[in-house]
Design a protein around this ligand. Structure first.
Ligand code: GUN
Ligand code: ZN
Length: 438
């Protein structure tokens, strides 16, 4: 849906965003900006400010009244695979089997331009329907699938970071490129898409086992050559995978070190998982300002392991949150945060709603060097905004009715809500999703 709105509108609801990292306390300090029953002012797709509900502002602002609903910045999913909607919820495998049994066969379909386009549009619409307005995304190895994905995001005005997957070994022949073809395709796609509208290109080394050293060096070379390129990959997700990387790269100190040796770690590097890391790896992440995209539903579903969020943060490294569909089991960042809480609970750590929601909004924006554009309601940010029901159905309604403090209420929402709670999603001030509430 693309509902045209006046160029100036004001959105009324319970506004929640973050002025800074809230830390691990349930007490809502100054970092937590909860403004119940306020107006968010949007002009030409940009957030202009916030007014109390009784403040006078002139009639040139069209009113959109969502009073009694929760208004958040659009979620940022920092690691998700577009073609893997086809394999979400596949039974009975850990990572390497899962790739061979389900994922690699499914990804072969996206060599076809029609499949790639239909898949890309389905995926972008699904992201928006889950309240995710920005994402860091893997298509497949096929140039046409990257093209289709970036075109679909562009048509919807979404902030998307993506790039053709690089894999020149250890995968089915139909999914293999070469160093030369990968470089030529990447250059062509960079030329066409990098910096266009709200898009950026990411060198996308699938993971160390499926790229040769020469291919990783090529990716590192392009990253040094082209300003603003991102890098996305997987690291230390599964024990059998880690053992395989050790065999393939005996000279590397660790799995993460493989990427460092080839110039792939930097402030625009997004590495999914990071479960099986040690202190030196954590220090390396902090030093390079690379981020880990924590993917809790995937880690649980594929039996990969429990992510040590606090250890990474204590080491000074950045953490964002991701669905990792189709290893992950939902595109909903709300469900993902609820799973993140459980992963921490298994390790005796209590993930607050503040820390979780920060990581899925402003924290991710900062880690991606996009804080000036997304992740909060600061004036000047793009109006990527989602309106949510606080509760749907008797269980959520009852739980919220008896909740006392603010954290209790928001935490219950984060734990019980899902995409069915989404009422409206704006991308750059344009309404892209609107549920009928009449
Ligand atoms: N490692 C390499 N490829 C993949 C993938 O598609 N999903 C996950 N979860 N891990 C990977
Ligand atoms: Zn992944």
């Amino acid at each position: 849906m693309n509902q045209s709105l006046p160029s100036k509108f004001a959105l009324r609801g319970d506004l929640l965003d973050f002025a800074a990292d809230p830390g691990w306390s349930v007490e809502p300090g100054a970092a937590v900006r909860f403004r119940p029953d306020h107006w968010l002012l949007v002009e030409d797709g940009i957030i202009r400010g916030v007014h109390a509900s009784d403040a006078a502002f002139d009639a040139s602002w069209t009113r959109i009244d969502h009073r009694g609903r929760l208004v958040l910045p659009g979620f940022i999913d920092t690691h998700v695979h577009a073609p893997q909607l086809d394999v979400i919820a596949s039974f009975g495998a850990e990572l390497l089997d899962w790739l061979n049994t389900y994922t690699f066969p499914a990804e072969q379909r996206y060599a076809d331009a029609h499949e790639a386009q239909a898949g890309a549009e389905r995926f972008c619409d699904a992201l928006l329907a889950h309240g995710t307005t920005s994402a860091v995304v893997f298509p497949t190895v096929h140039k046409v699938s990257a093209d289709a994905l970036l075109a679909a995001a562009h048509a919807r005005g979404m902030r998307l970071i993506a790039g053709k997957v690089l894999m020149d070994r250890n995968a089915p022949t139909a999914l293999l490129d070469t160093v030369d073809s990968a470089e030529a395709d990447s250059r062509e796609l960079i030329e066409r898409w990098h910096g266009r509208g709200r898009l950026a290109y990411a060198m996308t080394v699938r993971f160390a086992p499926t790229s040769t050293v020469a291919q990783m060096e090529m990716a590192g070379r392009l990253m040094r050559e082209v300003p603003g390129l991102y890098m996305q990959t997987h690291v230390a997700e599964n024990r059998a995978e880690v053992a395989w990387v050790r065999e393939l790269f005996p000279q590397a100190r660790s799995y993460l070190d493989v990427y460092d040796r080839h110039g792939l770690l930097g402030p625009r590097s997004v590495l999914a998982h990071g479960i099986w890391l040690d202190d030196e790896d954590r220090a390396l992440l902090a030093r390079t300002a690379a981020q880990i995209a924590h993917s809790p539903s995937s880690n649980l579903f594929l039996g990969s392991g429990l992510f040590a969020w606090r250890a990474l943060e204590d080491a000074g490294a950045r953490v964002s949150v991701a669905t990792d569909v189709g290893g992950g089991t939902s595109l909903s960042m709300i469900r993902t945060l609820a799973d993140a809480y459980k992963v921490q609970a298994l390790q005796g750590v209590k993930l607050t709603a503040w820390k979780a929601l920060y990581a899925a909004t402003r924290g991710a924006a900062l880690a991606l060097a996009l804080d000036h554009e997304i992740g909060s309601f600061e004036p000047g940010r793009m109006a990527d905004v989602c309106v949510w029901d606080w509760a749907r159905g008797p269980v959520g309604q009852r739980r919220l009715a008896v909740a006392t403090g603010l954290h209790e209420k928001v935490f219950a929402w984060m734990t019980l809500a899902d995409e069915r709670h989404l009422v409206q999603a704006f991308v750059g001030g344009i309404s892209r999703v609107r549920r009928d509430t009449s």
